[in-house]
Design a protein around this ligand. Structure first.
Ligand SMILES: Nc1ncnc2c1ncn2[C@@H]1O[C@H](COP(=O)(O)OP(=O)(O)O)[C@@H](O)[C@H]1O
Ligand SMILES: [Mg+2]
Length: 378
């Protein structure tokens, strides 16, 4: 019998989406094909501590605040099978001596900051461990609403009209910023911190007072803010899977229970509905799938991404809102549900994602990093 592949499943993390991550990871751990894969659950507390939980099921169920287990340290150099080292205390003092935690691949089931933004991906690159999903650049770009929109605009991918505001400008000339925004956009407008998720810090501003309050709120979360025109549209999402030749699923629709898809509508009050697949004509479906793949490639994403759109009611225009490189992954989340509706069951999807992680790792490992003038061959 061949050895099973050891998959480190990272969950939790220093993020506003910590709890969502626990739900995604619980679903993934339940569904992973145990004939091929042996999961190694690894919890990351809200303080950023990595632990091999003594009782992973309990940690996932009850939260990581009181999680017990062996601490993990990272060896920032490529090893034979992963660079993770278990130690027994936070200071590295190990009763039984530090032990290498053998893993073949990492599935960072982390949403938002310090997980979906390229930071963990950088650590895994240094350690030379294959991992599921996008690399450093695509993760960071997808997390940054301003950089991402700059890139899409440059590639001709349609996005809502937007502008960048620096928190610093607000300190020096608040009135001037408000004037500039009112000249550029009609109310309502959306104000967002550039780097966050889960609708945290986002305001739909209907007048000057709400705009001012929205700017102050968003500036508490980031040095850079995005202000954009409000689109009166349906919210359509599309799942993308692959590396060099990504494919798009059938699109789905989110019908937010609130005025917009805010934090409560997403996670708290169950008011939002997912329609899978979305009711769209064939041409709109094709357009959305085409733009989903284009957006994925523009960011140089890998493995998976969920691309979110607005379908403007009045004009039928399709605009890209944002890309999520580690979308919600419970059994009832949009990303896997869209694949299920497109004929790819949850467990098989996980298997493909892990295979894509190895494929990307092999491709990167084969690249040259040195300068040797005579070894090029051709
Ligand atoms: N320009 C816009 N026009 C209309 N609705 C918007 C716009 N921007 C954001 N929204 C609403 O706010 C929600 C959250 O914004 P989004 O940019 O997707 O941030 P997050 O990364 O937090 O999900 C969207 O799902 C949508 O309901
Ligand atoms: Mg969103």
């Amino acid at each position: 019998m061949t050895r099973r592949i050891r998959v480190a499943v990272l969950f939790g993390g220093r993020s506003g989406e910590h709890e969502v991550s626990l739900q995604s990871a619980a679903s993934i751990l339940r569904a992973l094909d145990r004939e091929r894969f042996e999961p190694v659950p690894i919890g990351i507390t809200k303080e950023g501590r990595w632990l091999l939980p003594a009782d992973a099921a309990r940690a996932l169920e009850e939260g990581l605040a009181s999680m017990e287990g062996r601490y993990l340290a990272f060896r920032p150099e490529p090893g034979a099978r992963g660079g993770l080292i278990a130690v027994d205390g936070p200071d590295g003092g190990a009763a039984g001596g530090p032990g290498l935690v053998d893993v073949d691949v990492v599935f960072p089931v982390l949403h938002g900051t310090y997980g979906e933004d390229g930071t963990v991906q950088g650590l895994l690159e240094l350690a030379g461990i294959p991992y599921v999903g996008s690399g450093v650049l695509a993760s960071a770009l997808a997390m940054d609403k301003a950089m991402q929109k700059d890139l899409f605009r440059q590639k001709g991918i349609p996005v809502p009209d937007y502008t960048l505001v620096r928190a610093r400008e607000l300190e020096t000339d608040f009135e001037g910023v408000v004037r500039r925004l009112e000249e550029g956009f009609a109310y309502p407008m959306f104000v967002k911190p550039a780097n966050l998720g889960s609708s945290v810090g986002i305001t739909k501003a209907h007048d000057r007072a709400e705009l001012a309050a929205g700017l102050r709120l968003a500036a508490q979360y980031d040095r850079r803010l995005v202000v954009e025109e409000a689109i009166d549209g349906r919210e359509i999402e599309c799942s993308v899977l692959g590396n060099e030749e990504p494919v798009a699923s059938l699109p789905g629709e989110v019908v937010p229970g609130h005025e917009f898809y805010d934090y409560e509508a997403k996670y708290i009050d169950d008011s939002s509905r997912l329609i899978i697949p979305a009711e769209l004509d064939a041409a709109t479906t094709a357009r959305i799938q085409e733009l989903a793949v284009q957006s994925f490639l523009a960011l140089d994403a890998s493995g998976l991404a969920r691309v979110d759109f607005f379908l403007e009611r009045r004009t039928g225009r399709v605009l890209v809102n944002e890309v999520n490189t580690m979308p919600g992954f419970t059994r009832i989340s949009m990303y896997p549900k869209l694949w299920e509706a497109s004929g790819l069951p949850y467990t098989e999807l996980l298997t493909q994602l892990i295979e894509l992680a190895f494929e990307r790792h092999r491709a990167r490992a084969a690249l040259r990093t040195d300068y040797r003038p005579n070894s090029g061959g051709c």
